[in-house]
Structures are given as C-alpha cells and as structure tokens.
Design a protein around this ligand. Structure first.
Ligand code: PLP
Length: 470
C-alpha cells in the first residue's frame, strides 16, 4: 500500500503505483524492462553488462546518441551543428559525431587532440575557451581548425601573431555576452554580465574586440558567438539574445565588417526527472529561425549562417549509469518518518552534478522485479562526503538490497566528463551497446592506473630506525 503523502518528498515527485515501470522520456530509445523486471539496452540485459564490464559503468545506447545527433542536424538543416565535446567525448563518440556529419566544439588542447586523433576534419572544429594557451592556439592554427572563438584581447593578439608567423588567415568568431542568463525555465535579461566569458555588448567591449580582430590581416572576422546557459527549456532566452547579438552584427556590417555567421551556442535542456519537458529540435529550430529571420528583416540585413552547439541534448539521454547496491540503511527522520539510504559503488566521482549544482536525477531497480511497497529513498555514493548524493529523491521498492543493480538515466553529459578520482576511486568504464552487442569505449581505470602518477621516492622502504636497539 502506497502512503498518500510523504512529507519529505519534493512536490514534483509522486509515489508511483508500480516502481517497476520505466518513465520512457528519461531513457534512451532502446531501454526496456522485461517481465521479470530486468533492464536491457539494445537487447543486452543489465546483469550481463554488470558481469562482463563491472559497475559502476556508463552505458550508451549508440543508436540513440546517433539519432539525437541526426535530429539536430535535420532540424537545423542549412546551419552548422557543433556537438559540444565538453558534454562527453571519447574517440568512439567523436567518431559517431563525424559519421553523422556534425561539426565539433572543443574547448581545450586535450579535447582538440582527442578530436584530431579520432580523425575529425579540422575544418569542422570550433575552438572555444577563455584562456587558450599559446601551445593550444598553435595546435589549432597548425591543424587548420575551422573557427576560433576569441574571448579576450590578449588572445586576439596571440592568435593573430601565431597565424601571421605561419602566413595563415584564421577564421574567427567573437564571443559576446548579450546580457541574457538562461537557466531551465527562467531567463534573466540584464545589460551587463559579471562573468569571465565573452565581451560585453552593452559595455562596448564587444565592438572593440570586433575592431581588433578586423584590424589584423592574419585574422578573418566571420561572425559573433553567444552562449546563454544550460538546461534551457524554451526559446525565449535565445530570442532575446539573438536580437541583441544581431543588432551588433548589423552595426558591424554598417562599419564595413564582412560578418556572415551567427553562433547561438548550446544549452538545450533534457529530461532528468518527470518534472522536465524539453522542447524537441524541430521546435527549437523553428523558434530560433523565426527570430533570426524576423530580426534580419527588421534590420534590413542578410540572414547570417546559423550555428548551434548542443552537447547535453545529444549525449545526456543516450546513457545511463549502472551501479551495484552495497548497503541499505533506514534513517529515522522527525515525526516518525524514515528515509531509505541506498549506497552504490560509485557516487560523486562518476556523477558530480548533484553535489556541484544540486541536480536532480531519477533511478530504477535494474536487475529484478519487486512487488514491495515504494519507499522514499536517497541514492548515495561511497565517498567521504555527506553531500555525496547521486539521486536525492526517488521511490524505490522497500526490499531493495545489497547486490541489486540500480540504473540512473540521463547521465551521458557532464558525468563521465566531470569524473574524478576522489578517495582514490578509479573512474568508471564507458560501454556502448548497439544491435545486441556491448563493447568498451573507455576502459575502467584501475588502482594501478592511479598509482602510476605518484612519484615513488620510497623505492626501498626501510624499517623505522626509531626505537631500534643500538
Ligand atoms: N557551447 C558553449 C560555449 C558552452 O559553454 C556550452 C556548455 O557549457 C555548450 C556549448 C554546450 O552546452 P549544452 O551541453 O548545455 O548544450
């Protein structure tokens, strides 16, 4: 029997009538539950993945990832769709992005090196970052990356000198801050933004940066870039930003600059829990295009080539994390209530999002069916932090027990890429599943891997001399 109310659950989380059922919008397309309650992806059961690859483990539905990439490419036909590698990048996934004909946004020498190693065409790469070093910019220029998005006056000089020394002309976008901060369902429009990225439009810094780029013969200013936030669920924030950026674009044109591109960044939201209802790529494309077209008409300028940079919306929903339950503890709360603490074999080392931004996730028992009553649970990790939470609130069957498998959906973005080795816990493997076949795409780290980085200057440890008889 499900109690009618749980005073400590968040208002959006209703007690389910059946904890075995999946909420389809949270899972990759091929994820199913069998009659005996076992989760599978692309025909491969969770127990098989756990047995073969161990837990915790990130499990990607490859076809789902590719399909989401294709959906953006299709909806934004005629625009450049840059997959944001920061969400999650590996040789395999960058290869899928290449196959599907998307472009790639990288923001460090490491991501660029990975992309080049994966054979990604440099002309389809955009290089971001507020503090690109000389070696990073050198790598980018020499590799022939298609666009560098400049973010400071120092960088403009650095890049211009590097390109000039190689008799090259580097295409550049100037990153501007339009004074729009979008997060989930709300956005805030202000004049100035007190943040490290970009050049302020309102303060005049952005136009100065455009002039500085235009003045250097080794740089070719092709357009403006803005990125307004993350987990954005509708296009209203983009619309305000687009108007402000296009006004500057038009001003640049009137000053004789040959601007032809407009990159509106990423930030498209996904469903982490039942409370999230993200827009689909066609709706996003229609909203953004309508604003760009309307505003260009109003300003009397040609419509620039559009670019977007989705990361989370491609990688996030394609993946779940598979854990093994280690301990279960019932913790008494005020008023005679209790909460089930379910500890898994990972935590803030493989999913920092709850600890970092209080993000919500969902989860399900993945290895069996249960008819036990739903109980409000908190899924926690194994790290030495009270804030080591993976799923803050979820209803799980009250008989969940050590050895059960637990799956957390929508962990494909900003989880493995933010993974860390806190408490010397090795980072989890990434497994891709397609057509009933699972394979490792990023291998699990071992404790030996971690020890490789320590300088062992106690090569010949001797017994302590202290206290030895003379
Ligand atoms: N582009 C830029 C410049 C970003 O900073 C980010 C994320 O921080 C993205 C794209 C990708 O955002 P998302 O993964 O939310 O789509």
């Amino acid at each position: 029997m499900v109690p009618s109310s749980y005073p400590c659950n968040p208002p959006w989380l209703a007690a389910p009538t059946d904890t075995n059922r999946l909420v389809p919008k949270l899972w990759a397309a091929s994820v199913r539950k069998s009659d005996d309650g076992e989760l599978s992806v692309a025909g491969v059961p969770a127990s098989l993945i756990a047995a073969e690859f161990g837990t915790p483990c990130f499990v990607i539905d490859e076809s789902d990832f590719r399909q989401r990439a294709r959906a953006f490419k299709h909806a934004f036909a005629g625009a450049d769709v840059y997959y944001a590698a920061k969400a999650f990048a590996s040789l395999a996934t960058v290869g899928w992005v290449k196959d599907e004909g998307l472009s790639l946004d990288v923001c460090s020498g490491g991501e660029l090196t990975l992309a080049l190693r994966a054979g990604f065409p440099p002309a389809r790469i955009a290089f971001h970052g507020n503090n690109k070093s000389v070696p990073e910019l050198t790598l980018a220029v020499e590799a022939g990356v298609g666009r560098v998005i400049v973010d400071s006056a120092v960088e403009i000089d650095r890049l211009a000198d590097l390109a000039a020394a190689r008799s090259m002309r580097q295409r550049v976008l100037v990153r501007v801050t339009p004074g729009v901060e979008a997060h989930t369902h709300d956005y805030i429009a202000t004049a100035h933004e007190d943040q490290k990225f970009g050049f302020s439009i309102a303060g005049g810094d952005a136009f100065e940066a455009m002039q500085a780029v235009a003045a250097r013969r080794s740089l070719k200013l092709v357009g403006l870039h803005s990125h307004i936030g993350s987990q954005i669920f509708d296009t209203s924030g983009f619309e305000v930003a687009v108007r402000r950026v296009l006004a500057l674009h038009a001003f640049g044109l009137s000053a004789g600059m040959s601007l032809s591109e407009l990159d509106v960044g990423g930030g498209f939201g996904i469903a982490y829990t039942t409370q999230d209802d993200p827009a689909r790529p066609p709706e996003l494309a229609a909203g953004i295009r309508a604003t760009v077209d309307g505003e260009c008409r109003r300003l009397g300028i040609d419509v620039p080539r559009l670019a977007i940079e989705p990361g989370r919306a491609i990688a996030g929903p394609s993946t779940f994390t598979l854990y093994t339950v280690g301990t279960v503890k019932r913790v008494s709360l005020d008023g005679g209530l209790s909460r089930l603490y379910v500890a898994v074999d990972g935590g803030m080392s493989d999913n920092l999002r709850a600890a970092l931004y209080g993000a919500d996730f969902s989860c399900t028992l993945a290895s069996r069916r249960s008819t036990a009553r739903p109980m409000l649970a908190r899924v926690v990790g194994k790290h030495c932090e009270a804030g080591d939470i993976v799923v803050r609130d979820e209803f799980l069957p009250s008989d969940i027990a050590p050895g059960d498998l637990l799956a957390v959906p929508a962990t494909g973005a900003y989880c493995r890429s933010l993974a860390n080795t806190y408490n010397h816990v090795p980072r989890a493997a990434v497994v891709a599943v397609r057509d009933s076949h699972a394979r490792v795409v990023v291998r699990r780290e071992t404790e030996a891997d971690l020890l490789r980085w320590d300088v062992d200057d106690v090569a010949d440890p001797r017994p302590e001399a202290e206290g030895d008889p003379a």
